[in-house]
Structure formats: structure tokens, C-alpha cells
Design a binder for this molecule. Structure first.
Ligand code: FAD
Ligand code: FES
Length: 1328
């Protein structure tokens, strides 16, 4: 059977899905979404006892592209971004580009498709629908706010910033009028002009292909079979055939949404030779409403189940819909809309994942399963035995689940659902629960009770014994106490339990029950009068944090009114590639079409943390069809990396994930299969070191200590009122750029030349490394970078390794080699931000004035040096942040451990190190009984001064940012309000924090600030600009054309940038350290000024002439129309011997204020508001700069709140994908998010007095961290728990919950864990 594919209405016959189309479909799945899938469902019968209407409606829904089996698309029309609009034809009015919602653009097609699907279904959606539609898409650059802003332009109610739900803009309300920012008439708050947008015209959309429509009207009843290389897909047309097939192939799974089978096949290597697809079986989509319950077909998607339940809830009295409402609650947060659109109810139940959100509720709700086979039908309860997989309570192999019956609840019965995950949306639960209680009519005596938990064992666990023991008891405090003890005893979680977080999970077990207890009390109060209930203060435990659509204002200074209209500098110009990002036409490295004779490469990595390689057996791998070769260190003709950092391992391995060799094959799949067949034997070496603590113990360091000192610290400690010592632990961070590492190496036929297309921040480094690896001169190698799908420092050093290994493959085989890392390998191999352990000792006066500060930091460098020494230096240089402390000592060391080497990451040590300084300030404030902001203010630089390394600077802008931030955020009022709130609420606490920032920009060496550009003017007047910076999404190319446009006095439309190429601009510096636009801007300016000078005589002679005429004349007069621009670099140096220097060209100042609310019972938090004020001086492009600030802030927030790396005790990274590693999603954006650029600020040094803002916003994310710790401190104070000066980042729900210690955490510590068997002596995970 062949599949006939109609993507975007382009019908084509094909035996095999064309490689190109598969790639395109996956491309639109970037950012974990999304393509539009439209089909007419198999006649969905909505059955009630009275009528049987037949629905035949077209269903458009978005799906996660990488999980969609191609055969499942039979009968469906697929729309990709290409079908939505293009630069060549019409641009669909998805307004994401114009509202600056694209940075690197890698996630944009997915965003567009989610939004497009929403608009197909709801041309004027509500903001909640918009939030839900985008909830499953990840973006690592843009911080989501501008993406939402573009979507909001389609929403009905969108009008102004709608602060606080008033429907009006805060500026109209005159709020914040006291702020000088708000009053200034030259302050703009619009980054795009809504009026320019084309209206949405649904009549212009693609129609559902008539051919498919006809197919649905006359459905195919034949069984369709698709034969693949290893798998056969069988899709029966009738229920009878399905049952027959299931009897014939009892081991074959039914495939519906593929959201459970797909991931298992992909990452666990499960292979099912036969898959049965019941997609065309209408019997599985039956919905039947009866007087006592609801039967839902097992084939209904979870999205459909949500709609069905919502409808039933609206029809029935509340008492009957308790179970339905509990299910609905979880259906809102279960995965994302894309997954809910695909996943089926049957697949969900049968998968029996221990984390299942629905099974615990279905179990307590007494749901039953209707099973069918050729033998007939039968019913089984969805009981604890079924969930535990007991054969006696399970389906027989030949049976299928036809439907699920969920009974109505009754009066005196209450059902609730609970769930806690690492973050609100898109995260598997740590623990969830379903709870149901039935009372004897008219009393609070328990007649029936069921409680089940997910996430606490290998399957959903029922607390049956505890429930039985509580029957007949009154619903009171005594019962609560006993229930908690029983539950902890019954739901045992050993210390080595998979997933770890054991104490946290045990605490949730009882905290959830406490919430249920309170909820039920409230309900009983309505039924039994009088009924004693707790005072209001304790009822705060009941409120959840509903997802809200973020609002906010962005303020920036408008350009001078005399600036010519044509001059784009300082204006919010759209990203040059924005429209191409949105249409999917922007080409990334792996979008380059397959080249002739191209081969694929896959990497073989070490499975041991520190071991001798005894043997490598390639024989089996080489026998796999399609495998061409295996590249080992012996194949390297030149240098194999450095002595301590080899490209390919020789003799020994230093970490899990170190590259040993690389398979070259005809296809990616063959290369990956071959990897499994390579047999490597190891001999373990010792000592194996993972943590900083172990490294200190073993004196295992990568480089000497770095130290800065001023004043006399010992003497100062003797004269202070108080001294505090504390520890700070900051976890590492994965770059999680959306585009993983990738490279295409094309060998040329002549002179050993190579063309390398690579996703890198430093093409010159790739070029140099390939040259030394292959032993050929640099001039034979050209590296091309069109654009990079996010780098954040992770694509400075590593791409050279991948480029060099691929180049060895290309040289050896003579074929072009493509190497594309999947997410798992990327995360395993590449390392990220250095985890940090800091110790401080601070001496201060009782008024909060700090007199002496001694900080010692250790970072986990991993197994090679990489940038660890530099990171240590920067960390030490930046530690003082905004504070003038006379007596200081800062020391730092990089630890050598057996983990993958950590590397550069946005902020380069500053976000980790400065958390130590700020934690120390918070500790001082706590000891002095002062608010932290007072201590911050007291110790801040105030006048022109010198830093610890004796660099002079003026802190005026720092003070202005601080004051403005306090002002625009109404900080003092809100601090009071938070205190009031905290007094009234025992289980919820609010925290506020304001953090100042002095961020030093650039490298500590002049040579690293040099830059070059090449500008060609062609005879038609068009101009090609090339410079040494790489487009990573930060808008450097846009800014460079703004500079060239101003200098040459021509519109940006005359200018073009093609790519960054080592052949056009040689010897470039990595695009990093926030100075890319500064230094390359200077070079572009220089080149343009040279050209303009040459043109001056011609212009003078013909001042009324046009640009084109002047260029023509110049050509005639043999004036060179090409110029190299050069910038020799900002002066920067650091003398570590003396501890003095001028290492940084300038500073970026800023301040951020955040407010949060925490749930003390679960550890969850919501971000109420963030205000950022940043000193951008004269922004080259406020839209881009605000985007950088917001994006970095959100990434910082991830670092400090959700992003947590977990390693096995053997050093294997567990968190290797979006399931386990949680970067912020759209629902993590603060409910109110305001960003202001400080007006009237100048810096004479830089191009047009602008500043580089790429990294600084990252640290401001810590304002959320300190707001959370502020809230935790409020809870601890109320509970009379001693201050704890051990700080741990990220502030995960686990940390928050355990820090808000109470009677429930106490119970967990009192009730002992089961003893660990000797076979499991180690915990599940270690921390770096
Ligand atoms: C990114 C992601 C996030 C997720 N997040 C969550 C979450 O937050 N909470 C949560 O609870 N779950 C979550 N899940 C899991 C998800 O709910 C399940 O994977 C899904 O419900 C399974 O349904 P499916 O139709 O895709 O099953 P499939 O993968 O198609 O099938 C799964 C299994 O069910 C069997 N099966 C299916 N239908 C029948 C039938 N009618 N009769 C007999 N056997 C049948 C199949 O044989 C197969 O073994 C997530 C999954 C993904 C991929
Ligand atoms: S713009 Fe979203 S990932 Fe880069």
C-alpha cells in the first residue's frame, strides 16, 4: 500500500514519504510543536438514550510533529508553514515577526502553526485560548512576551496593556505617574504599529481537499497495510477486522496517539514489528450519556474528552459531576494542547504510566473498562489491581479497550484531584492524587473513602488499607492526623526510588490529603449547619494558581525629533529575518538540501565516567547495511585536540558522554543503529569525582586559584558588630538552544579545500581546529554561518569539535558529511553552565553597613579546562556587583571532575557568583532585622569610585536604575501589601525583592575586541555588508544594517547581509560577551565612512544626484567601491599578579523587582509581577534590546527556579530532554511584566552611545529567586523556624516545600523510610 500525501494541497504519489517532506514536517515541529492536522473524524457518534445524531465535522488540530507516524496521516490534510504563507506569494497575517516575536527564529514555525490552528478554529480567540494554544511550544530566546503580543492582536478583548484586568492601559489610568519614566513625553510604549496589520480573512485559508472529503463520505472499509523496512502498519476498516487482527497478532500494540509508544520506540529502543491502527474504527469514538454516568470511547483524544466532560459539567447538577470536574482540572495541565490532541483516552489508561494524571481519578471515581474481543465483551473495574498490572485484573492479549464508563458522583460524595510538577504547564507531575469520600447521609461520618497516588511507585498506588481503616470515622482533626500517619506508612517510598525527591514526595502525599480535608470541610459546611471550619487564614491552602495571560508595558526613549525619517538607528526595526522565520523560509544549517553523495555521521560516546579503554570492536557495526566507515582517533591526520582535551578519546575516557568514535553511514538511522553494535570494553579507574565537594576533598582542580583583595579583611572583621557565615549552592544550566549542534562538511575536489556550514558563534575557531586536525592550511577551509538557532555561549567552543570530527570523516571517505546531534546527545555531550559552591563570611554593623566580606567560590569545570579558568576570573571580577565594600577578599577555583566539560554560558560566571553576594546581603538584612533593599541601598556605590580591581567608574546610572525601579514598581507599597497578605494567609505567602546590577561587558583583553567588516557597493547601488559577527537571534545583522544605513545615508532596503564567512572577513572573534554589535558596528561604520569619503567629491559635484547616479559615476571614475572596515578594539587588560586592571570597556546597569506568591503546601509559585529598568543608553534598536533583556531574564528565571540537572550515581545525565529538564514555558512569564530602558543615558565609547545587552538581563532573573526566598522567609518566621543561611538554586517546588517546614514535613521525618536493601546502597541521583 502506498500513501498518498496531500501536504498543503499538493497531491503527490509516493512509495515512500519523500525525505524532503519528512524533514519539512519535522522542521515545523521545532520547539516541540507543531503542524496543523485537519481531518474529518471517523463518524463520531454522540450517543444518548434518546437520539443518535451523527456528526461529520472537520477537525483542525495542532500536533507534535516528531510524534506523528506518517501512516497515521491517511485521510488527513497536513498544513505546514509553507501552506500558510510565503515571502514569494502572500504573507499570512500571523503577526509574530512584526511584533518582534522572533529572535533566532528556530521555534517560530512551530509558534506560527500553533497560532494558525487556533485562528482556524477561533478567528477571534480569547486570551486564555491563546495561552493554551501556545503552551506546548518552547522558545529559548524571546521570553514569550512578544510572541503573546502578536497573538493578542487577534484577540477580541485585547486593548492596551490591560493591567490588572481593568481592560485599560496603565498609562491611560495615569498609574505610576510619579515615575519620571512615565511622565516623559519622549517615552514610547509601542514597539509596533497594530494598524499596519492586515486583517485576518478566514475565507483565504486553504480548503480541505475535496478528494479527502469524498473519501470520508464513502469510507474505505478495506484493511490497509503499509510495509516498512522493520515495521508493518495495519489499519483495519471495520471493528470486526480489528478484533480479528488483534486475535491474530495479540502481541501487536494498538497505536492511537503514539505519545506513549513513540517515545518508548525512540528512546528505549522498543521495536514492534506489527502496529494495529484503529484510527478508522468509529466504535472506538462512541460517547454515550446515561442517567447514571458517561461512557467515552477509548479512541477519543484527550482534547475531545476535555470537551465532552465540560459539556456534561454544564448540563448536570454539581453533585453529579465531582469526578468529571476533577478530571477536567488535570486535563488542563496534562502535557500540552498538541499532545492532548493526539493522545487517546484508551492509550492513556492502558499505558498505566506511574505519573498518569487521569488514572488516579478514574480509579477513585469507580470507572470501569469495557473490553471487547472476538470472544465477546466484558467489563473490568479500573482498580488498583488493574493499575498494578495484575494478570487477573488485566486485559487479555487479544482484547481491546472499547470504552470507559465513568459514573456520576452523588450527594454527600466529594472527589478532588491534586498535582505538583516542576512547573505549572507542560511538566510531568512529581506526585498526583485522586481522592474521593462518601459520607453517611446528613453526617460527617465516612462511609467510603478512596485515595490513589501517582508518581510514588512503579504504578499508580492505592492507599486502600488506610482508607479502610478510616471508615466510620468523623471528618475532623483527629482523623486527619491518623490518616496522614497511615498514608505515610502505606505509601512507602524508598530512598533510592526512581525520580528521587523522596522526602518531598512523601510530604506531598500528606499535604494533598490536608488540602482534600480542608476542601471537604468547606463542602460539609454547606450541607451541615452548624459545622465547625478553620478560620479563613488557613483556607488559603485551597486556592490553586490559575494560568493567566501576561500583561505589561515596554518603555523606551524615542529618537530625537530632528533625526531624518530614513535613519533607522534607535528605531524598533523588525529583525531582518523576522518574516522569513515566520514563513519557515529562513534557512538553518540542517535545512541545506542534501548534497550529492552526502553521508550521515553519528557519535559513539563513553558510558563510563573514568576508565581505561581496553578494546573497541567495530566489526558488527561495519556489517550493518549502509554503514560506510567508523572514524577513530587513528584516522586523524593532524592533531587530535590537546593533551587534556582530545577530539576523539584515546586509551582512556574522562566522563560519560566523551566522544570515542563516529559512524559514517548512508542514512542517519543506519548510523544510529550501528552505534548500538559497537562494543567497547573498559577498566574502571579511580578516583571518580563528580561533585565540587568531592573535588575539594581530592584536591582536584583545573587551574590555580584566582584571587582579588582590597583593604584589610582580618582587621575589619575584628571591628564589626556582627559576623555571619553561609553557603550558597547554584546548580548548572543546559544551554538548550533550540537548534542542536550541527555541521555539514563538503570536501571539494581540488587542493583539499573544504566548505563547512556550521551552527557556531565562532567560525574562525572551527576553521582553525579543522585545519590543525586535518593538517591543512587555514586558507583551504571556508566556514559559513547563515544563522544560528540560539547559542548562549554553547556554540563557541564545541562546534569546532564536531566540525573537526566531521571533517576527518569527509577527508577519509571523500564524501560530504552531515552531523546533526539529537537533543539527548547534545545534552549528554556538551556541558553547560558551571555549577557553583560558594562560602561567605561577612562582617557588618547593626545598621546594615557591611565592613568586610570574604567569599570563596568553587565551580565544577568538568573533565577538561575549556573556558573554566576564564569563567573563574570573570566570576571573581564581577562578584562585588553594585556594592562598595572597603575590605574584600574574593577567591575562586575551577574543579576538575568526571563530568562533561562545562563551558561558556550567557553571563559567564556572573549569574552564579553574584547570587552568593546577594544571598550574603539578604543574610545581613535578616540579622539586622532590616528589609534587604535597605541593606542593598546602604552598601551600593554612590559616587565616582574604583572597583576592587581599581577600574574607575561612575555609578550614576546604577543609582538611577535602582530608584526608577523602586518607583515604577511601586515597591514600597507592594512590600506593605505583601506583608498584609501574609498576615491573612497561613498557607500562601508573598515575597518581593528588588536587585541592583552592575554588569561588566566585554573580554578582559584588547585583542578580543577587534573586529572587521567588508562592505561592497555594486553598480546598481545595492550594498552587501559582511562583518565578523554571527546572527544568533540577537539581531546583530539588523543592527549592522541600521549602522550602514545611517552612515551611507541610504535606506535599509538597499543593504543586504548574506552570511558570515571566514572567506569574506578572516580571523574573527567569537560573537560573545555582549560586545558583538558594538565592535562589529564600529567596523561597519569604519568601512562605510571610508566608502563615503571616496564618494564625497562625486556627491559634492552633483549634490542633487541620486545614490545610484553617484555609484555609477564612481565606477566610471575607477573609484573602488569596496572597503574593509576595522576596529582595533576597546582597551582592556587585567594584571592578576597585582590584582589591578581595566578589564572591561564599560558597564551595563539595571535593576529588577519581582513579586511572587508561593503555596507552602506544594512548593508551587506564581510570578505576580516583574519590573525591569535597564540602562541601554541610546539603544540601536529598542525592540531588539528589550527582546534581549526579556529573553535573558526568562532564561535567568529558568536557571534560578526550574532548570535542574540530575546525574545518576554513575555520572550519567538523566535530564536529557524537555521531559526531565524544564526550561520556562509561556505560562512562566510573570503575570505583569514591564521593561523600561533608562532615558537620557550616554556612553561616549560605543557606537552611537549604545550598549550591549545580550547577557546582563540573565542575572535579573534572580529577583524572582529572592522574591521566592523572601516568601519562604515569611513562612518560616510565622512558623518560628530558625533562619537558615544555606541558599540553594534553583528554588524548585521541592526546595520551597521542604523549606516551609510544618507539621507535615515533620511527620515525614518522624515516619521512617523502609530500609535500603544492600543492592541499592546509593541514592537515585547525585547533584553536581
Ligand atoms: C510530551 C508528553 C507529555 C506528557 N505529559 C503527560 C502529563 O503531564 N500527564 C500524564 O498523565 N500523561 C502525560 N503524557 C502521557 C500521555 O498522556 C500518554 O502518552 C497518552 O495518553 C497515551 O495515549 P496514546 O493514544 O498516545 O497511546 P499510544 O502511544 O498510541 O498507545 C499506548 C499503549 O496503549 C495501548 N492501547 C491504546 N489504545 C488501546 C485500546 N483501545 N485497547 C487496548 N490497548 C490500547 C497500545 O497498545 C499501547 O501499548 C505525556 C506524553 C508526552 C509525549
Ligand atoms: S526565537 Fe524562539 S528559540 Fe530562538
Amino acid at each position: 500500500m502506498h500513501i498518498r500525501l496531500l501536504p498543503n494541497l499538493l497531491a503527490q504519489d509516493c512509495k515512500k514519504w519523500p525525505q524532503d517532506t519528512v524533514k519539512k514536517i519535522l522542521k515545523y515541529g521545532r520547539g516541540s510543536a507543531t503542524l496543523l492536522h485537519s481531518h474529518i473524524p471517523t463518524r463520531q457518534n454522540c450517543v444518548t438514550p434518546v437520539d443518535f445524531p451523527v456528526l461529520l465535522t472537520l477537525r483542525h488540530f495542532s500536533v507534535t510533529a516528531c510524534l506523528v507516524p506518517i501512516c497515521s496521516l491517511y485521510g488527513a490534510a497536513v498544513t505546514t508553514v509553507e501552506g500558510v504563507g510565503s515571502m514569494k506569494t502572500r504573507l499570512h497575517p500571523c503577526r509574530i515577526a512584526k511584533s518582534h516575536g522572533t529572535q533566532c527564529g528556530f521555534c517560530t514555525p512551530g509558534m506560527v502553526m500553533s497560532m494558525y490552528t487556533l485562528l482556524r478554529n477561533h478567528p477571534q480567540p480569547s486570551e486564555e485560548q491563546l495561552l493554551e494554544a501556545l503552551g506546548g511550544n518552547l522558545c529559548r530566546c524571546a521570553g514569550y512576551r512578544p510572541i503573546l503580543a502578536s497573538g493578542k492582536t487577534f484577540c477580541l478583548e485585547s486593548n492596551g496593556c490591560q493591567q490588572k484586568g481593568t481592560g485599560k492601559c496603565c498609562l491611560d489610568l495615569g498609574e505610576n505617574d510619579s515615575s519620571s519614566l512615565g511622565r516623559k513625553s519622549d517615552i514610547c510604549t509601542e514597539l509596533f504599529v497594530k494598524e499596519e496589520f492586515q486583517p485576518l480573512d478566514p475565507t483565504q485559508e486553504l480548503i480541505f481537499p475535496p478528494e479527502l472529503l469524498r473519501m470520508t463520505e464513502n469510507p474505505e472499509k478495506r484493511t490497509l497495510t503499509f510495509h516498512g523496512e522493520r515495521v508493518t502498519w495495519i489499519s483495519p476498516g471495520t471493528f470486526k477486522d480489528l478484533l480479528e487482527l488483534k486475535a491474530k497478532h495479540p502481541e501487536a500494540p494498538l497505536i492511537l496517539g503514539n505519545t506513549s509508544l513513540g517515545p518508548a520506540m525512540r528512546s528505549k529502543g522498543c521495536l514492534y514489528p506489527i502496529l494495529l491502527s484503529p484510527a478508522r474504527i468509529s466504535e472506538l469514538n462512541v460517547v454515550s450519556k446515561t442517567n447514571d454516568g458517561l461512557t467515552i470511547g477509548a479512541g477519543c483524544s484527550l482534547a475531545q474528552v476535555k470537551d465532552i466532560l465540560a459539556e456534561r459539567v454544564s448540563e448536570l447538577p454539581e453533585e453529579k459531576t465531582q469526578t468529571y470536574r476533577a478530571l477536567l482540572k488535570h486535563l488542563k495541565s496534562l502535557a500540552s494542547q498538541q499532545i492532548r490532541n493526539m493522545a487517546s483516552l484508551g492509550g492513556h489508561i492502558i499505558s498505566r504510566h506511574s505519573y498518569s494524571d487521569l488514572n488516579p481519578i478514574l480509579a477513585v471515581g469507580n470507572a470501569t473498562l469495557n473490553l471487547t474481543s472476538e470472544e465477546g465483551t466484558r467489563r473490568i473495574p479500573l482498580s488498583e489491581h488493574f493499575l498494578a498490572g495484575l494478570a487477573s485484573a488485566d486485559l487479555k492479549p487479544e482484547e481491546i479497550l472499547e470504552s470507559v464508563y465513568i459514573p456520576h458522583s452523588q450527594k454527600w460524595e466529594f472527589v478532588s484531584a491534586f498535582r505538583q510538577a516542576q512547573c505549572q504547564q507542560n511538566a510531568l507531575p512529581d506526585v498526583n492524587a485522586g481522592m474521593r469520600v462518601l459520607f453517611k447521609e446528613g453526617t460527617d461520618i465516612i462511609e467510603d473513602l478512596s485515595i490513589t497516588y501517582g508518581g510514588v511507585g512503579a504504578a499508580t498506588v492505592s492507599a486502600h488499607k488506610s482508607c479502610q481503616q478510616l471508615l466510620g470515622r468523623q471528618w475532623d482533626e483527629l482523623m486527619l492526623d491518623e490518616a496522614c500517619r497511615r498514608l505515610l506508612d502505606e505509601v512507602s517510598l524508598p530512598g533510592w526510588a526512581p525520580g528521587g525527591r523522596v522526602e518531598f514526595k512523601r510530604t506531598l502525599v500528606v499535604s494533598f490529603f490536608f488540602k482534600f480535608y480542608l476542601q471537604v470541610l468547606q463542602e460539609l459546611k454547606k450541607l451541615i449547619k452548624p459545622f465547625p471550619v478553620p478560620v479563613n487564614r488557613f483556607l488559603s491552602a485551597l486556592e490553586d494558581f490559575p494560568g493567566t495571560v501576561p500583561q505589561g508595558v515596554q518603555r523606551y526613549q524615542s529618537v530625537d525629533s530632528h533625526q531624518p525619517l530614513q535613519d533607522p538607528v534607535g528605531r524598533p526595526v523588525m529583525h531582518l529575518s523576522g518574516l522569513k522565520h515566520a514563513t519557515g523560509e529562513a534557512e538553518f544549517c540542517d535545512d541545506i538540501p542534501m548534497v550529492d553523495k552526502e553521508l550521515c555521521m553519528a557519535l559513539v560516546t563513553s558510558t563510563r565516567a573514568y576508565a581505561k579503554i581496553i578494546s573497541v570492536d567495530l566489526s558488527e557495526a561495519l556489517e550493518i547495511p549502509g554503514v560506510v566507515d567508523v572514524i577513530t582517533a587513528k584516522d586523524i591526520p593532524g592533531i587530535n585536540g590537546t593533551k587534556d582535551d582530545k577530539l576523539l578519546a584515546v586509551d582512556e575516557v574522562l566522563c560519560v558522554g566523551q566522544i570515542i568514535c563516529a559512524v559514517v553511514a548512508e542514512t542517519d538511522v543506519q548510523a544510529k543503529r550501528a552505534i548500538e553494535k559497537i562494543k567497547i570494553t573498559y577498566e574502571e579507574l579511580e578516583p571518580i569525582i563528580f561533585t565540587i565537594e568531592d573535588a575539594i576533598k581530592h584536591n582536584s582542580f583545573l587551574c590555580p586559584e584566582k584571587k582579588l583583595e582590597q583593604g584589610n579583611i582580618e582587621e575589619a572583621f575584628e571591628k564589626v558588630d556582627q559576623i555571619v557565615e553561609g553557603e550558597v549552592h547554584v546548580g548548572g544550566q543546559e544551554h538548550f538552544y533550540m537548534e542542536t549542534q550541527r555541521v555539514l562538511v563538503i570536501p571539494k575536489t581540488e587542493d583539499k579545500e573544504l566548505d563547512i556550514y556550521v551552527s557556531t558563534q565562532d567560525p574562525a575557531h572551527v576553521q582553525k581546529t579543522v585545519s590543525s586536525t586535518l593538517n591543512i592550511p587555514i586558507n583551504r577551509i571556508t566556514c559559513h554561518v547563515k544563522r544560528v538557532g540560539g547559542g548562549f555561549g554553547g556554540k563557541i567552543g564545541r562546534p569546532a569539535v564536531f566540525g573537526a570530527i566531521a571533517a576527518v570523516g569527509a577527508l577519509k571517505t571523500g564524501h560530504p558529511i552531515r552531523l546533526v546531534l539529537d537533543r539527548e546527545d547534545d545534552m549528554l555531550i556538551t556541558g553547560g553552565r558551571h555549577p557553583l559552591f560558594g562560602k561567605y563570611k561577612v562582617g557588618f554593623m547593626n545598621n546594615g553597613r557591611i565592613k568586610a566580606l570574604d567569599i570563596e567560590c568553587f565551580i565544577n569545570g568538568g573533565c577538561t579546562l575549556d573556558d573554566s579558568e576564564l569563567v573563574t576570573e570573570f566570576l571573581i571580577l564581577k562578584l562585588e556587583n553594585a556594592y562598595k565594600i572597603r575590605n574584600l577578599r574574593f577567591r575562586g577555583r575551577a574543579c576538575l571532575t568526571n563530568l562533561p566539560s562545562n563551558t561558556a554560558f550567557r553571563g559567564f560566571g556572573f549569574p552564579q557568583g553574584t547570587l552568593v553576594t546577594e544571598s550574603c546581603i539578604t543574610a545581613v538584612a535578616a540579622k539586622c532585622g532590616l528589609p534587604p533593599e535597605k541593606v542593598r541601598e546602604k552598601n551600593m556605590y554612590r559616587t565616582v569610585d574604583k572597583t576592587i580591581y581599581k577600574q574607575a567608574f561612575n555609578p550614576e546610572s546604577l543609582i538611577r536604575c535602582w530608584n526608577e525601579c523602586l518607583d515604577v514598581s511601586s515597591f514600597h507599597n507592594r512590600r506593605k501589601q505583601a506583608e498584609e497578605f501574609n498576615k491573612k494567609n497561613y498557607w500562601k505567602k508573598r515575597g518581593v525583592a528588588v536587585i541592583p546590577m552592575k554588569f561588566s561587558v566585554g573580554f578582559a583583553a584588547t585583542s578580543y575586541h577587534q573586529a572587521a567588516a567588508l562592505v561592497h557597493i555594486y553598480t546598481d547601488g545595492s550594498v552587501l555588508v559582511t562583518h565578523g559577527g554571527n546572527e544568533l537571534g540577537q539581531g546583530i545583522h539588523t543592527k549592522m544594517l541600521q549602522v550602514a544605513s545611517r552612515e551611507l545615508k541610504i535606506p535599509m532596503s538597499h543593504l543586504h547581509i548574506c552570511e558570515t564567512s571566514t572567506a569574506m572577513v578572516p580571523n574573527t572573534i567569537a560573537t560573545a560577551a555582549s560586545v558583538g554589535a558594538d565592535i562589529n558596528g564600529k567596523a561597519v561604520q569604519n568601512a562605510c565612512q571610508i566608502l563615503l569619503k571616496r564618494l564625497e567629491p562625486i556627491i559634492k559635484k552633483n549634490p542633487e544626484g541620486t545614490w545610484e547616479e553617484w555609484i555609477e559615476a564612481a565606477f566610471e571614475q575607477r573609484i573602488s567601491l569596496s572597503a574593509t572596515g576595522y576596529f582595533r578594539g576597546y582597551k582592556a587588560f587585567m594584571d592578576w599578579e597585582k590584582g589591578e586592571g581595566d578589564p572591561f570597556p564599560y558597564y551595563v546597569y539595571g535593576a529588577a523587582c519581582s513579586e511572587v506568591e508561593i503555596d507552602c503546601l506544594t512548593g508551587a509559585h506564581k510570578k505576580i509581577r516583574t519590573d525591569i529598568v535597564m540602562d541601554a543608553c541610546c539603544s540601536l534598536n529598542p525592540a531588539i534590546d528589550i527582546g534581549q533583556i526579556e529573553g535573558a531574564f526568562i532564561q535567568g528565571m529558568g536557571l534560578y527556579t526550574t532548570e535542574e540537572l540530575k546525574y545518576s550515581p554513575e555520572g550519567v545525565l538523566y535530564s536529557r530532554g524537555p521531559d526531565e529538564y524544564k526550561i520556562p514555558t509561556i505560562s512562566d512569564v510573570p503575570e505583569e511584566f514591564n521593561v523600561s530602558l533608562l532615558p537620557s543615558s550616554q556612553t561616549p565609547l560605543t557606537i552611537y552611545s549604545s550598549k550591549g545587552l545580550g547577557e546582563s538581563g540573565m542575572f535579573l532573573g534572580s529577583s524572582v529567586f529572592f522574591a521566592i526566598t523572601d516568601a519562604v522567609a515569611a513562612a518560616r518566621k510565622e512558623r518560628d523556624i530558625a533562619e537558615d543561611f544555606t541558599v540553594k538554586s534553583p528554588a524548585t517546588p521541592e526546595w520551597v516545600r521542604m523549606a516551609c517546614a510544618d507539621r507535615f514535613t515533620e511527620m515525614v521525618y518522624i515516619c521512617p523510610l523502609p530500609l535500603e536493601p544492600p543492592s541499592h546502597p546509593t541514592p537515585w541521583a547525585i547533584f553536581k
